[in-house]
Design a binder for this molecule. Structure first.
Ligand code: SR1
Ligand code: MG
Length: 406
């Protein structure tokens, strides 16, 4: 019998005992230290270090509410989904996700590789750091996890089994509410508006019927289009980076949904980093090279994705009708339209809704923040309403630059 045979939410002292019981390499008699380092909205992340040899490991545990607020009641089983997805993604995109050593169904936690030699991409971008392999790694991750889990490549019966296995109604409901509904209605009174932008948002977001209709169409697509096994929350806080390495983490929102959901999330969050830099850096030496690099990275994420997607299709498509000439380009175009629309939705919800991003909230000068928010919202509206116009990276960069000049 062990006190870890039935679930409770652990404190750092419990985690030390837990690790020494589960991972023999982390011996009790060694000096083990533990710190809770999580900064996400849902779970608790503990880092255990063996001070005698410097070895370290991560324990990630789910509570039965979201860390951000008790209002979100969630089954702690989400960590099982996360462990399963990470195992699958490790096969599809080797080296691009952290290793999972153990999943514990009783304690609703998993033990995984410590990536402390990496940094969270959002934090690094706010310090204007650049990562030369980022676009290449992310586009590989996207193609490998999206194309390879779709009906283009997979046996349809096996794919349907996978749709069933990765059904994720609770976390999808969070996205349906926070991304697709609340930013346009505030029906649960959870939106948090900057007072200086309140009237603007009410007029240009809540009351824009054209925008609301397009958001509604995209919501139904999110709920019904079981296209590929998406990560489901691929923002820059879900990506760890080092100059020579990229790791995608936190796939607890994963489910079978539209491919554009992941690509759009990456694009939106890179635009937030661009916005932060463009609005806060004075016309000094650092501004042009950093925003230039971000523009190049956004362009490359989209264009390398397209290139690798078409090449992957050619090599791996197994569905007989997928071999019809032109289907690959038509299919890719629909994914690009979704990408633009979803990038717009992510940009609106991170400004209007409850789950903000530090790229925008850290802008201290209130006049600049007001401008930055309106720039993002205006850009987002165009991406949603005219999403069929955005076919390649440069189309999006042109929109950002044109809107910035206005
Ligand atoms: C209640 S969770 C709020 C947000 O945090 C997660 O990272 C997802 O983005 C979710 O929408
Ligand atoms: Mg997360």
């Amino acid at each position: 019998m062990s006190r870890f045979d039935s679930y409770f939410l652990m404190k750092p002292s419990d985690v030390i005992e837990y690790i020494s019981e589960k991972m023999p390499a982390f011996k009790k008699e060694h000096q083990l230290t533990c710190t809770e380092i999580g900064d996400g909205n849902l779970n608790y992340v503990f880092r255990v270090v063996d001070e005698t040899d410097g070895a370290s490991i991560i324990v990630k545990q789910a509570g039965d509410t979201a860390r951000i607020s008790d209002e979100f009641k969630l089954s702690a089983n989400r960590i099982r989904n996360e462990s399963n997805i990470l195992a699958l993604q490790a096969k599809l995109a080797p080296g691009l996700v952290p290793k999972v050593f153990l999943y514990d169904d009783k304690m609703k936690c998993c033990i995984m590789e410590d990536l402390s030699n990496h940094v969270i991409l959002r934090t690094a971008l706010l310090k204007f750091q650049v990562f030369p392999n980022l676009a290449d790694d992310l586009s590989t991750f996207l193609v490998q996890t999206l194309l390879m889990t779709s009906d283009i490549v997979m046996n349809h019966k096996v794919k349907k089994e996978q749709v069933k296995a990765f059904i994720n109604p609770e976390l999808c409901e969070i996205t349906e509410d926070l991304v697709y509904s609340e930013p346009f209605n505030d029906y649960q009174n959870r939106n948090i508006l900057l007072p200086e932008n309140k009237a603007w948002i009410e007029k240009h977001i809540y009351q824009d019927k054209k925008l609301r209709l397009e958001a509604a169409k995209l919501k139904f697509d999110f709920m019904t289009n079981s296209q590929a096994l998406v990560h489901g929350d691929l923002h820059t806080g879900s990506i760890f980076v080092r100059h020579d390495s990229t790791k995608v983490i936190d796939p607890e929102f994963a489910f079978y949904g539209p491919m554009g959901y992941d690509i759009g999330n990456i694009v939106a969050n890179l635009i937030f980093a661009w916005t932060n830099a463009a609005f806060t850096l004075s016309e000094g030496a650092s501004k042009p090279w950093f925003t230039d690099w971000l523009e190049e990275t956004i362009t490359q994420v989209i264009d390398l994705f397209s290139e690798k997607f078409l090449a992957g299709w050619k090599t791996n498509a197994a569905e007989i009708m997928a071999k019809e000439e032109g289907l690959d380009h038509w299919y890719l175009e629909t994914v690009m339209n979704d990408t633009a629309g979803i990038a717009g939705l992510e940009m609106i919800r991170r400004i209007v809704g409850i789950a903000k991003v530090s790229d925008i909230t850290s802008i201290e000068n209130i006049k600049l923040r007001v401008k930055a928010e309106r720039f993002c919202l205006q850009t987002a509206k165009t991406l949603i309403i005219n999403r069929q116009n955005y076919k390649c990276g440069n189309d999006i960069i042109k929109l950002i630059k044109d809107n910035f000049m206005k």
